[in-house]
Design a protein around this ligand. Structure first.
Ligand SMILES: Nc1ncnc2c1ncn2[C@@H]1O[C@H](COP(=O)(O)OP(=O)(O)O)[C@@H](O)[C@H]1O
Ligand SMILES: CC(=O)OP(=O)(O)O
Ligand SMILES: [Mg+2]
Length: 366
């Protein structure tokens, strides 16, 4: 079955066309303002004959969506209702869905949610310690994101260990522009660092990750900053961008190499945050079999991997320097180490295609 996968961001359209598991073509349309035009460009440039389905990445699925879902008008309305919880991501996803349904009538469309994998979080992990009634009324809950990636990478890690997924405990570290950590117990997400929105947790390209919520009140009251400006400060002008003046890890690493102290501090803050989460999630899991690094930074920045896990050998967590510098995919811990540390390239689009196909096959059978 041929499947078109669309991953619409706030300013770009990424697409992949699969025939079974084979990638037939892929592309990226950048600086998108008109999704209809961008998608017409995509549909005009690839051969879509025999297309069996379109799979869409949808970032926020709220509490409702724990599985990939066939898109109907009612599903679109539900995704629209979640826009306030993901104002940067869901509108772009919806634009892609709207245009694809119009341009490809009769082709089934499937939504694959970033949040779905985390619907297994234990209640104690998903609950913020605030007034219960307020939380329920406004949907204040840890939803977690990058679930498609954490699911794919934790599965691949079990394969790499040559053990059944059900018996493997892994910490997956998705370090891209957005970044999140996940504790995966036997294939189920039991803790994750992003929360109500993709702002919480690790230090990211332009997002601050964790901070004292009182920072927001303080900036509002003392600096007189409107809430929208604080939102922009934390989401777009924080993280590596805020600390080092560049959001791209390659640039920050090269500035540090040139002696830039702000860049050096930014990387220290970035790696220390990862180390804190690894320790916390080790405690949550009780027994840890593997740590998997993935996404742009995790797959490519050996220095970040080494610095994040430095000094954890007493916990059985160690990196072999020669392996870390040479391995593109596979194990980077020393032979026989208690915890297997590995690099596992993610493939969110392939996972979306796989899940989309399972929905189509399931509905054909059912
Ligand atoms: N060779 C590299 N060394 C260090 N960082 C890298 C390298 N290649 C890519 N990156 C970083 O990966 C990040 C982007 O990750 P990616 O997973 O592609 O992001 P996203 O899909 O979230 O847009 C950027 O910060 C970029 O600097
Ligand atoms: C949810 C999220 O943070 O996605 P991205 O990493 O694509 O920004
Ligand atoms: Mg990515």
């Amino acid at each position: 079955m041929r499947i078109l996968v669309l991953n619409n961001g706030s300013s770009s359209v990424k697409y992949r066309l699969y025939d079974g598991d084979d990638l037939v073509s892929k592309g990226l349309v950048e600086r998108v303002t008109d999704y209809a035009a961008a998608l017409r460009e995509v549909t005009g440039s690839v051969d879509l004959t025999g297309l069996g389905a379109v799979g869409h990445r949808v970032v926020h699925g709220g509490l409702r969506f724990s599985e990939p879902t066939l898109i109907t008008d009612e599903v679109v309305a539900a995704i629209e209702e979640l826009v306030p919880l993901a104002p940067l991501h869901n509108p772009a996803n919806l634009a892609g869905i709207g245009v694809a349904r119009k341009l490809l009538p009769g082709v089934p469309q499937v939504a694959v949610f970033d949040t779905a994998f985390h619907r297994t979080l234990p209640e104690a992990a998903a609950t913020y310690a605030i007034d219960r009634e307020v939380a329920d009324r406004y949907g204040i809950h840890r939803y977690g994101f990058h679930g498609t990636s954490h699911a794919y990478v934790s599965r691949r890690t079990a394969t790499l260990l040559d053990r059944p997924l059900a018996g493997v405990n892994t910490i997956t570290l998705h370090l891209g522009n957005g970044a999140s950590a996940c504790a995966v117990e036997g294939g189920r997400s039991v803790a994750t660092s992003m929360g109500l929105t993709p702002l919480e947790g690790l230090v990211m390209g332009s997002r601050s990750g964790d901070l004292d919520p009182a920072v927001v009140f303080h900036l509002h009251r003392t600096a007189g900053m409107p809430v929208d400006e604080i939102d922009d400060l934390l989401n777009h002008r924080g993280g590596l961008m805020g600390l080092a003046g560049a959001g791209d890890m390659r640039e920050v690493l090269s500035r540090r190499a040139a002696g830039d102290r702000a860049a050096a501090l930014a990387i220290d803050v970035y790696c220390r945050r990862i180390r804190s989460y690894v320790g916390a999630y080790y405690a949550v899991l009780g027994r840890l079999d593997a740590i998997a690094f993935t996404a742009g930074v995790g797959e490519n920045a050996a220095a970040v991997r080494a610095e994040s896990l430095a000094g954890l050998d007493r916990l059985g967590i160690e990196i072999d320097a020669a392996r870390n510098d040479s391995v593109r995919e596979g194990i980077i811990s020393p032979e026989g180490a208690p915890v297997t540390v590995c690099v596992v390239p993610t493939d969110e689009e392939l996972e979306i295609a796989t899940q989309t196909r399972s929905v189509i096959n399931g509905s054909a059978e059912g």
